[in-house]
Design a protein around this ligand. Structure first.
Ligand code: FES
Ligand code: FES
Length: 152
């Protein structure tokens, strides 16, 4: 099996992997990073969103070796209960988290947007999260939360 070298949440990682295994499975099963969720495995729900070299992507669609030499950020690298990212704080404050299954994916899409556009319009926020599905909140609270995080 080929050797995959990548940086995950600022840590260098070396693994032997099946080249075509979905990156989300490597992150969750081999590295124990369970914050990245799996929904559809077809690029439709956005639950598995991570940053690959700063860009939000669906990790269920990325073959493991595509990450070779890349820098990955998962939700664990963004924030946690003790040290949440402003997007996590604001989405929660605005009631944009209900069951929470979709939340890591939305946060990663938002962080990917803020990396390239630190002061986005509402339209840019809606576009950035257009690949993320939420069955609980109706989206508006999530959008409001992301926009509020920019004001902080
Ligand atoms: S699990 Fe990857 S987009 Fe749904
Ligand atoms: S909060 Fe339940 S799917 Fe989004």
């Amino acid at each position: 099996m080929p050797t995959l070298k990548m940086i995950v949440n600022n840590e260098p990682i070396t693994l032997e992997v099946d080249a075509l295994r979905p990156l989300v499975d490597v992150l969750r099963e081999d590295l124990g990073l369970l914050g990245t969720k799996v929904g559809c495995r077809e690029g439709e729900c956005g639950a598995c969103t991570i940053l690959l070299d700063g860009k939000a992507v669906n990790s269920c669609l990325i073959p493991a070796m595509r990450a070779h030499g890349c820098s990955i950020v998962t939700i664990e690298g963004v924030g946690d209960v003790d040290n949440p990212h402003p997007v996590q704080v604001s989405i929660t404050e605005e009631g944009g988290v209900q069951c929470g299954y979709c939340t890591p994916g939305f946060v990663m899409s938002a962080v990917g947007l803020l990396n390239k556009s630190p002061n986005p319009t509402e339209a840019e926020v809606r576009e950035a999260i257009s690949g993320n599905l939420c069955r609980c909140t109706g989206y508006n609270r999530i959008v409001k939360g992301i926009l509020k995080s920019v004001e902080k």
